[in-house]
Design a protein around this ligand. Sequence first.
Ligand code: PAF
Length: 281
Amino acid sequence: MEVFRSKGEQSSWSAREASSGSSIGFVPTMGALHAGHLSLVDRARRENGKVVCSIFVNPLQFNKTEDLETYPRTLERDLALLKEAGCDAVFCPSTQEMYPEKMSKRYDFGELDQVMEGSHRPGHFNGVAIVVNLLLEIVRPHRAYFGLKDYQQLRIVRRMAEMEGHSTEIIACETVREADGLAMSSRNVRLSKDQRREASTIYKALVRARQLYPHKDPAAIKQEAISLINASPRLEVEYFEIVDAITLQPLERSSEGSPAIACTAVYAGEVRLIDNLSLNA
Ligand code: PAF
């Protein structure tokens, strides 16, 4: 497995592989890898000749310095896991390498980033879009793999890729869950034992929302889900929304026909967890 720290090395490797006829599958990450990431690598491996993974904790997408500072960094372990998973190349640049100059680009995603993560984490999606755009320019993959756990991010990345004219196919992959339903996340390691136990309630609330939809109105479903989560002493809902799965705008009425998704962000102490579930499944 090759490990590249410079943009030039990664680009040259990608160009060589593509010209020798290999398709390239790309899994962008911020490291602290878990089984969810490895399932993306596995899918990329099955669907492409070569697999590239990036590990870069992107400062532009953190709107709180403390969150950036406490984000888990486990590079040696990550590299060992990727090698074992059959990854062909890992791009792990420094911040200076990625952003030698201040990045001032501003994307206009319209209503897509005015809600949920976009409204609670100002600037977050602009930072995600900047880094993913740059990574796609460097790696030039045929396919790039993103987890459905970050559903709004997936919608934004697709929009960015269209806006920038990338030919990369953006592939959505199912959320990988722990046995009790908690979505796998790099942040889970920061949960205390009690917080971890209670955190499974987030998935229970999403499943409850799916049972109630479309029999009840979104407002009533939302109320019930929030009460269920907040009944756990160590959890506090930041938002729980039932939105149109395409526009991400909150739904006022339930209807069997329209694709709907429940999305939530919940604090367990200082740790912020997000999750979602399609309501049409
Ligand atoms: O989902 C993530 O881990 C990050 O937002 C991503 C896509 C790697 C961009 O930094």
